[in-house]
Design a protein. Sequence first.
Lengths: 111, 543
Amino acid sequence: MPTIEFEGKQIEVDEEGYLQNLEDWVPELAKIMSEQDSQELTDEHWEIINFLRDYYEKYQIAPMIKILVKEIKKNMGPDKGNTKYLYQLFPDGPAKQACRYAGLPKPTGCV
Amino acid sequence: MAKPTKPTKPPKPEELVKIDYNPPEKPWMEVPVEFKPGTFCYGTRPKYLEEIGFPNPREWSPLDDDWKLPADWKDTVLKGIGERLKKNRAFHLFMDICVRCGACADKCHFFIGSGDPKNMPVLRAELMRSVYRKYFTTGGKLFGNLAGARELTSDVFKEWWYYYYQCTECRRCSVFCPFGIDTAEITMMARELFNLLGCNTDWIAGPVANCYRKGNHLGLEPHTITSNIEFLVDDIEEITGIKVEPTFNRKGAEILFVTPSGDLFGDPGTYTCMGYLMLFHELGLDYTWSTYASEGGNFGFFTSMEMAKRLNYKIYAEAKRLGVKWILGGECGHMWRVVHQYMDTWNGPADFLEEPVSPITGTKFENAKTTKMVHIAEFTADLIKHGKLKLDPSRNDHLKVTYHDSCNTSRGMGILEEPRYIINKSCNHFHEMHEDTIREKTFCCGSGTGLNAGENMELRMRGGLARANAVQHVRDKNGVNMLANICAIDRATLSTLMQYWVPDVGVSGIHELLGNALVMKGEKERETDLRLEPLPGKEDEDV
């Protein structure tokens, strides 16, 4: 089982670095994950990460990209509510990279 | 402690296409299995097995030397084979009858894309037959290797695992076999044996556990399902000016509608889902969604018959609870192999349901007499045939469409004409791919039977090469830019496949195309298609 070391503890993640236990998440873990990717986390990144966490809290799954885009557009304006902007922030894709930083699991099935 | 790794990216297409078809010089039994990065899935994490009560949950990786199998694993496998030989006559027959004519050898998409001789269906089956001979035939017991028999060892077990998760049970080889040997049946038995020892893949076991606990592969909660559908309802209103009003878990509805959960979550499946919603609204159909039977697909089918039966059961149970007359099913592939060929035997007879009759046309769906479940392509084609829908195909004039027959709906149940009929009535530009790659001879997307994970991307791109090649041909010849299909795995995996091999071709379900063309009563003039892209002739207007 791969792990990330954090404050002297070994935090369990899956083969691709997604948290095994979602309750392990703290903001500092997102920072450690992003540093491993050489990715700086700006306020704009945190807007998305926090949105994903709020959505997950309510719905127990990451949002569809469509919903993410529309909600971001509604809350933060059309400059940010588009896939191009999201991919600029998270080059590996908002569904994967942003969800991983936010401590959310990967969706499975016919997707 | 190991560090997490990023999944291996496949080589560039121009590299991957250099395939070596020369077999190794050594006899195949002497060539050890090699787990190449990007060609296999992760082993299942223990929690998924615990959730469904399956044996041997533990942390393990296919790359480990020790797979942490129970001490008596070999007995379990041999006993498992023996039971299946008795129970499944096809399996027994297929262990005995191959004459090595080679007709199947180059028919498998994984052989075409990899050049690995163990991906020839004849040799894939031989991996199991050799062990069958050793323990279950007199010749094999007496003469061993001379009779093509070999011992079951842990290396053999690993070899099985590697290659039976490189078969998508698409059954194309069986079309060409003079005896009709169906490799899918052998792969299914092999995967059952793996599950006796806790050796499922993570990508299959996860959806199975989700579906068992929450009713669908994605693990969508009831309020997530309704919220996602309401989101699509808003998009439909934006496009058509019409507010469609689906109902959920409504007792006394005439029809229960069940579709793969991928349609409620991922593009381009969501556009197809919008097409369903629009069609049902236009018809005034008395139907309901269920947040309990919220999955048409069945990853249990890639695990074991018993697991598939457990997951399938919820559909009939919900139909009974709601008191509907019959069940309508969405665009899905393996769902229909299960419904058409297994459901009635496992969980029937559904004598509390009625023989399906279209409330709009009065057509009796006699083919669904026992299962009580109708495929939406049959339902919609029947509506069009009876002139019940007003369609404006020019709204799809920006699309040049070809059609990918999903393995399960074409070879598994013979739905060949209905999707083409719907496409031709909804679109003005339709072009078939080469005849050797469609209908019964269709090529797999390369990622079916739960091989649609991320970590085995090279395998998927190799497996999909034959399909992509046929698409590329019609793109170059006819300018095709849209690959239509009736399967949720296809919609997800062909999108990735096209991005890799034929980047300018999109992917859609046929009810997305129908939704574009459907002229609804009281709708406003359409400016965009279901993807919110401007319609032909409306590009310059401010939308």
